[in-house]
Structures are given as structure tokens and as C-alpha cells.
Write a protein that binds this ligand. Structure first.
Ligand SMILES: Cc1ncc(COP(=O)(O)O)c(C=O)c1O
Length: 387
């Protein structure tokens, strides 16, 4: 049909050459997805079963990222979420109802603990927080209505490595599912499904993104039934994901192996060096014996990442510890981790009976890609200012 120019702005007849190929997944942006006929239009969330229906459920860029994460984690299928925290809330919202009971370790990422302790309790879910080093005693915590056990290994800041296979065995005997926050291991240094986990989630914001400039999460299910419950909930909660962010995460994946290798080597070298410093009481690095649960890291992990904590000796006041962080020049101060820039963050567990007795003396380090000798000198200089 003949068209006015203003219609041509919307319905153009131009053709561009076909056959373009590049090494990168195109960024497909869309809310509306087109159907070939009136009868074929549907709003089903499962794009694998029904084809593409609506941008909320992922354009090909987002689904490519999902499939790549699933390939690495060796699950059934993966959902991408707008961030790590939304992956956490999606799992809880999809799998729990009023009257259910869940187990959450004290060492879990702070907002995950708050979601359970505030939001879930408000919706009538019973929550028991447990010691991440609990071992076989976890058996005693199960109730007839226990549906879910959360694990995070190593735990946030205090870095306890958990006996995930042992917890999975106990949970499955009790008829509960196990969810693992597998962010520290980047979904590759710990094989969640081989160790019995039912759902593995990651903040892709961290090692997969790798450059401190995006927020995304992933939820990977062991089997179809769990994936279907998660996918249906994602539709209802409306967790839309940006294809631009997904494109950055796909780019991050390409260098994940070399980044992890370099970061592992620097973090281990600095962790060992810090352990020998008289000012440092404890290095909480999963690959070092001084870390609670180190034996589980040795048994279950294929490598280590670049985030670990140090605990200064008791004689150092809070001001001295904060002064150490402020004196660092290459280590920047900021939350989140796993980017190429080294970071240092001081924490204070004073008065928290559920965390180890590290008080104000604990500092978490994120090791980046700077020269390791420069980082060591930065740490040495900052430690010297504590005297
Ligand atoms: C272990 C862990 N899980 C989940 C999250 C949440 O990820 P996001 O910041 O992408 O929401 C974080 C963020 O710090 C984290 O450290």
C-alpha cells in the first residue's frame, strides 16, 4: 500500500544486506513481541515452551545469558533477574507460603537475612536462623513444615564454608529443598548440583559482570518442576531484565576464567602475607586453614575467589581499624565486590551474639587486577599507620 512519510517512520520498506555475523550476541530491546496471527497471540511466560511472547520474560539477549549461566552451572534452566537480591526474593516468593518454615544461616548476605526476618515473617513464614558451622546438628532444626534451607558458602564477610552436601542430605531426608547463594564461587568454583543443591542463585553483579557497572542475578533450578514454579512467579512479580545489562554480562563471561585465575593467585598471596603480619589475628580466606570450614572448601571447591576478610588483634581500636582502611590508596572503599578494582570495607559485629567475636576488628577485602606487589605495599603502608 502507498504510505505517507509519517507512516513510513513507523512502517519502513528499507532493506539492509543480510548475512551479518559478529562474535557478540545482539542487544534485542523489546516490550512488544510480534505474533504471526491473532490466534497465536498469548501471554505465556515460558518462552522455551511457547516461543517469545513479551519482553518481560526475556528477549534473546537475556535468554542467551540465562542459557550460558545454566550451561556453566549444569542445571535444568536459569532465570535472569534484575539483581542478586531480586533473585533471592523471587526464590522465596515462588516457593513459600504462610505456615511454611525455613532455615537461614546467620552468615547469609545481610538483605537476604532481612528479607527472611522481616518480609517473610510478615507474610506468616516461620524463620529459624542457624549457625553456618552447625554440621549434623541441623537435623534437630527441621520441622514438619520446613520447606527451604538457605546456604551461602562461604558466608558474607565472616566467610564460613558450609558442609553443603551434608546439609542437602539432611534437608532432603526432611523433605525440604536447598537453595545456595553461589556468588562467591561465580557458579563455577563450586558445582552446586553435583553436591545436592536444588536451586543455585548468583549475583551476576559480581564476578560474571566483573567490572562494577551492572546489576543482575540468576536463579538456576535442578529440575523442571522447580523451574516452572520460579518462572510463573517471575511473571507475577514482574522482574523485568535489561538486555543492555545482559549484553554486558555476556561480555563479562568471556573473560571470567582469566580474571578468576589472576584474582585467585593475588588473593592467596596477599592472604598468606597478611596471616604472617603480627597485627593480624586471623585471615578468613576459605583456602587457608584459619578459615572456619576450610576442610569443606578443600573437599568441595575447585578453586578460590578474591574476596576474604582479615581480623585485627584485640588491641586495635575501632578508630585504628577505620584508619587502616582510610590509609589505603589503591584499595577503594565501597560495597559490592568482584570487580577489577581492589576494595576494603570495615564491618562491626559488636553486640551481635550470632556472629563470631570479631567485633569492630574485621575488614573485608576484594582483590582486583592491580599488580599484586603494589597491593602488598599499599597494605603494608596502611598497617604501619596503625602503630
Ligand atoms: C553474596 C551476595 N549475594 C547477593 C547479593 C545481592 O546482589 P545485588 O547487589 O546484585 O542485588 C550480594 C551483593 O552484595 C552478595 O554479596
Amino acid at each position: 500500500m502507498s504510505k505517507k512519510w509519517s507512516t513510513k517512520l513507523i512502517h519502513s520498506d528499507v532493506k539492509v544486506p543480510e548475512g551479518f555475523r559478529s562474535l557478540n550476541t545482539p542487544v534485542y530491546r523489546a516490550s512488544t513481541v510480534l505474533f504471526p496471527s491473532a490466534a497465536s497471540a498469548s501471554d505465556e511466560w515460558d518462552q522455551y515452551e511457547f516461543g517469545y511472547t513479551y519482553g518481560l520474560y526475556g528477549t534473546p539477549t537475556v535468554l542467551e545469558l540465562a542459557a550460558r549461566i545454566c550451561e556453566l552451572e549444569k542445571g535444568y534452566r536459569t532465570l535472569i533477574t534484575p539483581g542478586g537480591q531480586s533473585a533471592i526474593s523471587l526464590i522465596n516468593l515462588a516457593l513459600l507460603k504462610a505456615g511454611d518454615h525455613i532455615l537461614v544461616p546467620h552468615s547469609i548476605y545481610g538483605p537476604n537475612r532481612l528479607f527472611a526476618g522481616h518480609m517473610l515473617k510478615r507474610f506468616g513464614v516461620e524463620v529459624t536462623f542457624y549457625d553456618p558451622n552447625i554440621g549434623g546438628q541441623i537435623n534437630a532444626l527441621f520441622r514438619p513444615n520446613t520447606r527451604l534451607v538457605w546456604c551461602e558458602s562461604p558466608g558474607s564477610v565472616t566467610m564460613e564454608v558450609q558442609d553443603v552436601p551434608g546439609i542437602c542430605e539432611a534437608a532432603h531426608r526432611a523433605g525440604a529443598l536447598v537453595v545456595l547463594d553461589n556468588t562467591w564461587a561465580a557458579g563455577v568454583l563450586f558445582d552446586a548440583f553435583a553436591h545436592g543443591v536444588d536451586i543455585s542463585m548468583q549475583a551476576l553483579t559480581k564476578y560474571v559482570g566483573g567490572h562494577s557497572d551492572l546489576l543482575l542475578g540468576s536463579v538456576t533450578a535442578r529440575e523442571k518442576d522447580i523451574f516452572d514454579r520460579l518462572g510463573a512467579a517471575q511473571q507475577l512479580v514482574g522482574l523485568a531484565v535489561s538486555p543492555d545489562e545482559s549484553s554486558l554480562a555476556l561480555r563479562g563471561l568471556k573473560t571470567l576464567a582469566v580474571r578468576l585465575k589472576a584474582i585467585e593467585s593475588s588473593a592467596l598471596e596477599l592472604g598468606r602475607w597478611l596471616a604472617a603480619r603480627p597485627e593480624v589475628e586471623l585471615v578468613l580466606h576459605p583456602a587457608l586453614e584459619s578459615c572456619p570450614g576450610h576442610e569443606f572448601w578443600k573437599r568441595d571447591f575447585s578453586g578460590s575467589a578474591g574476596v576474604f576478610s582479615i581480623v585485627f588483634r584485640r588491641e586495635f581500636s575501632k578508630e585504628k581499624v577505620l584508619g587502616f582502611v582510610d590509609a589505603l590508596e589503591l584499595f577503594e572503599i565501597g560495597y559490592s565486590w568482584a570487580g577489577v578494582t581492589s576494595l576494603a570495607t570495615a564491618y562491626d559485629f559488636q553486640g551481635n551474639k550470632n556472629r563470631p567475636d570479631y567485633g569492630h576488628r574485621i575488614v573485608r577485602l576484594n582483590i582486583g587486577l592491580e599488580d599484586v606487589e603494589d597491593l602488598r605495599q599499599d597494605l603494608a603502608r596502611a598497617i604501619a599507620t596503625m602503630h
